[in-house]
Design a protein around this ligand. Sequence first.
Ligand SMILES: Nc1ncnc2c1ncn2[C@@H]1O[C@H](COP(=O)(O)OP(=O)(O)OP(=O)(O)O)[C@@H](O)[C@H]1O
Ligand SMILES: [Mg+2]
Length: 224
Amino acid sequence: LSAERLRRRYRERVGDDVEVFDRCTETIIRQVGDIGRMVDEFSSFARMPAPRFSMENPAEMLRESVFAQRVAMPDIGVDLVEPLPSVILQCDGRMVGQALANILKNAGEAVGAKRARDPVAEGTLGIIAKLDIEDGRAVFTIEDDGVGLPAKDRDRLTEPYVTTREKGTGLGLAIVKRICEDHGGELRLADAETLSGARVSLIFPLTQNHKSAHRASSAASVAS
Ligand SMILES: Nc1ncnc2c1ncn2[C@@H]1O[C@H](COP(=O)(O)OP(=O)(O)OP(=O)(O)O)[C@@H](O)[C@H]1O
Ligand SMILES: [Mg+2]
């Protein structure tokens, strides 16, 4: 706010240096904004609470996340593969919802980036979302028609602050990975099979047997 005020009050008075003045004040305003967003994201990652397990309906969770994604990016179609299996998933509903939202957001952004690069892709289907039950595990799969995962250093994409997007914080996948691990599950990144972009799977065991063990092991990996 002070930088904005400075600009309003003194812009007229800087004479020939107005260009430098503008560039400097704009940089301050932009970078303070970036830092603010980073701090918000960082503190929500660092303070991520242990999951509170309850009986949830994963089909309903996916349906809700897809609905929210369609509202957030109305130009990008999301095909929800029906019928969805009806099972109970023992999980922290808010966290799994957050994980699905992060993955759908990445998929939408990848499709948006592809369409910006190649307008021919416009109007085509963007994302396919499905839920399968395999070996006592719920497998959410989000496949997209976007730019595809970068070829290099894919393993590093789940590390905090690794991003290829100009406005990304790189925390999205780190948070998803943490949520999966805290549930005794896993996050898988691969190339799409039906479409031409990425395929991301979130795998959660339907029931929790060793709740405290997950947390202990992930706490140890953070400490090391
Ligand atoms: N569906 C996808 N298609 C292509 N690349 C992806 C996809 N999802 C993730 N990525 C790659 O993984 C990187 C890390 O993703 P992550 O969600 O952690 O951060 P981000 O999306 O860049 O930033 P943020 O989630 O904070 O907005 C992305 O920058 C992108 O390079
Ligand atoms: Mg992201």
